[in-house]
Write a protein that binds this ligand. Structure first.
Ligand code: NAG
Ligand code: NAG
Ligand code: NAG
Length: 568
């Protein structure tokens, strides 16, 4: 992740009264990840904007509520929760709120609430005071690869009586590096203005929407439901271009050439959208072209998170709180950015608070009825991007069981893409909905890779879609790109088209997908060849049934649709 959470303000006024000291204990601690190095002590007068994640009232109750509305065997399937119902689980208890505010007030700190349920509060104070208040040592660290700097501490403490009321401090001990989108494989040059007839014959070398329609049986007919929305998340100043989209559609979807998207922004985000696609980001262009270009006539919104985030997660958490604040959040959200689990959260099992808070936010948005899809990463078993490693590196936020991770395939007929990230979380446990599928896989590989991964962890990806040689238009040039960045918007589009049919039939959106997907393995093309090498190994082999390269496989539209329409 790129760190931009540090905001410089003028010197703050010194705090008047010397606060009473409370007895404190260490709340989180970590060892500096090898991808970062220490620059020096943080400037003591510099202002830090900080957040506390307050303990949610009833996380277990929220998970139960999510499963009740997402399990296809449940009579409550599809009866998603209202904003107020979700907030009742998420919000801190009144005692939590007043105890934490009393402590901060004692120290002259004024707070503001920055999430709809009130579980995140924000305040600004100088580094010196932050060091004293949290028994911390805020330090400037540098990401060795991209040079970006961040102020973090390797340890902080909280008053003993607030330990169970505060989940996490941010910025605190979380480090991360957000991957930067798909790999450009080949420049194809200027987009031909003549309408190209994309025949599936060329699909072994170039993937277009027509190839996906043929491979997965995706209809070209127009969606009809105005309330059905597909959200595309944008980060790190990746902007989506209307003119690139228009060239793409004219060339490859001439039957849907008027497809378009709207924009929402948070954290000071913008969408710089200039003629000729100047400054358009290849990731944002790819994501928009394979949602608008596949989910024909579904309302599409590009949600751009700017760099003014203080969530310590490059805006990932802010985006979910932004959507939780909406009366009707998009029914599908696709994200093609990520990081390595080990960088974001320390390996020590007790110090994973920030990842868990983010996962709780995903749980809440899923309970509202949103399907949350993520690209699984492009480094095989070595992480979000290829890196040297001695044990397998699960990606982030793949560990959270309440999102759908999408891996990649290549070629026709499809086989596993070697870059498709997959594996097992070191933080989150295997989820019940995947227990049988994952156990069967582990039994089938005997002790292959034993000791290199956590066999009890949440396993990913859940599904896959084409992710290689995908044609896009970026800054008016056609290019072929590769990455699970392609796969997530493609799978998301299929879910949006199915939601369109369900909504037209008076049913709900599908919401959190995984229990439904694992209950319907027949709705996938099972990918049984290839593997995802990394860390000096061959990675995991793809096998019949679920595997940690391509999940359950790639979608069969009509089988998924009939399974979805059979549900309440
Ligand atoms: C420390 O921060 C203050 C306030 O932002 C600034 O005025 C001062 O120049 C900084 N000192 C150094 C050594 O950078
Ligand atoms: C877009 O084109 C389709 C037919 O190609 C048409 O049915 C639809 O009304 C058009 N939409 C807009 C907003 O012009
Ligand atoms: C796993 O062990 C079984 C029984 O010993 C054997 O039949 C099978 O070929 C082995 N599979 C692999 C992938 O090594």
């Amino acid at each position: 992740m790129v760190f931009r959470s540090l905001v410089l303000f003028a010197l703050l006024a010194a705090v008047a009264a010397a606060p009473a000291q409370r007895q404190k204990a260490v709340h989180e601690r970590k060892i500096l990840p090898s991808s970062f190095s220490r620059v020096g002590a943080a400037n003591s007068t510099q202002a830090l904007t900080m957040r506390l994640g307050l303990k949610n009232k009833d996380t277990a109750g929220l998970i139960d509520a999510l499963m009740r509305v997402s399990d296809p065997a449940s009579e409550f399937f599809g009866q998603h929760l209202s904003q107020a119902e979700v907030n009742a689980f998420l919000g801190p208890t009144p005692e939590t709120k007043s105890a934490v505010n009393a402590w901060l007030a004692e120290n002259g700190i004024k707070t503001k609430t920055v999430s709809p349920a009130g579980d995140w509060i924000e305040f600004t104070l100088p580094v010196k005071q932050a060091n004293e208040l949290f028994d911390a040592d805020f330090t400037v660290f540098k990401h060795n690869a991209d040079g970006s700097e961040a102020v973090r501490t390797l340890q902080y403490s909280l008053p003993v009586d607030l330990q169970d009321k505060i989940a996490v401090l941010s910025p605190g001990v979380s480090f991360g590096a957000m991957s930067k989108g798909p790999k450009v494989k080949r420049q194809l040059g200027k987009v031909s203005l003549a309408k190209r007839q994309s025949v599936p014959a060329g699909c072994d070398t170039t993937i277009t929407p027509a190839c996906l329609q043929a491979l997965y049986g995706i209809p070209t007919t127009r969606a009809t439901q105005a309330t059905n929305v597909l959200g595309v998340a944008g980060f790190i100043n990746q902007w989506a271009s209307h003119s690139d989209l228009s060239q793409f559609l004219n060339s490859l979807r001439p039957d849907a050439a008027n497809g378009t998207f709207t924009v929402q922004t948070l954290d000071g985000g913008v969408n710089v959208d200039l003629p000729g696609g100047i400054l358009a980001g290849i990731e944002a262009d790819l994501d928009i072209q394979y949602t608008v270009g596949v989910a024909t006539a579904v309302k599409n919104v590009f949600i751009s998170a700017g760099t003014f985030n203080n969530d310590d997660l490059s805006g990932f958490l802010d985006m979910i709180n932004f959507l939780l604040g909406q009366s009707a959040p998009p029914q599908v959200l696709t994200t093609s950015y990520g990081a390595n689990e080990a960088d974001v959260s320390p390996a020590m099992a007790q110090y994973v608070a920030l990842s868990k808070q983010l996962c709780t936010a995903y749980t809440a948005l899923g309970a509202r009825g949103t399907s949350i899809l993520f690209a699984s990463g492009d480094g095989g078993v070595s992480g979000s991007q290829s890196q040297t490693c001695t044990t397998f590196q699960p990606t982030f936020p793949a560990g959270c069981p309440f999102i759908t991770m999408v891996g990649a395939t290549t070629g026709v007929p499809e086989t596993s893409a070697t870059f498709s990230s997959g594996g097992f979380s070191n933080i989150f446990s295997r989820a019940s909905f995947q227990d049988a599928a994952v156990s069967a896989y582990l039994a089938s590989i005997n002790d292959t890779n034993a000791g290199l991964f956590n066999p009890n962890g949440r396993a990913f990806p859940d599904v896959a879609a084409m992710g290689d040689n995908v044609e896009v238009v970026n800054s008016a040039l056609a290019e072929l790109v590769a990455g699970t960045s392609c796969s997530s918007p493609i799978f998301a589009s299929i879910i949006s088209l199915i939601n369109d049919r369900r909504i037209a039939a008076g049913k709900s959106s599908l919401g959190f997908l995984n229990p439904f997907l694992y209950a319907n393995p027949q709705a996938f093309n099972d990918i049984t060849t290839g593997s995802n090498p990394g860390c000096g190994t061959n990675g995991f082999p793809a096998k019949a049934g679920w595997d940690p390269v391509t999940g359950l496989g790639t979608p069969k539209f009509s089988a998924l649709l009939s399974a979805a329409m059979a549900l309440p």
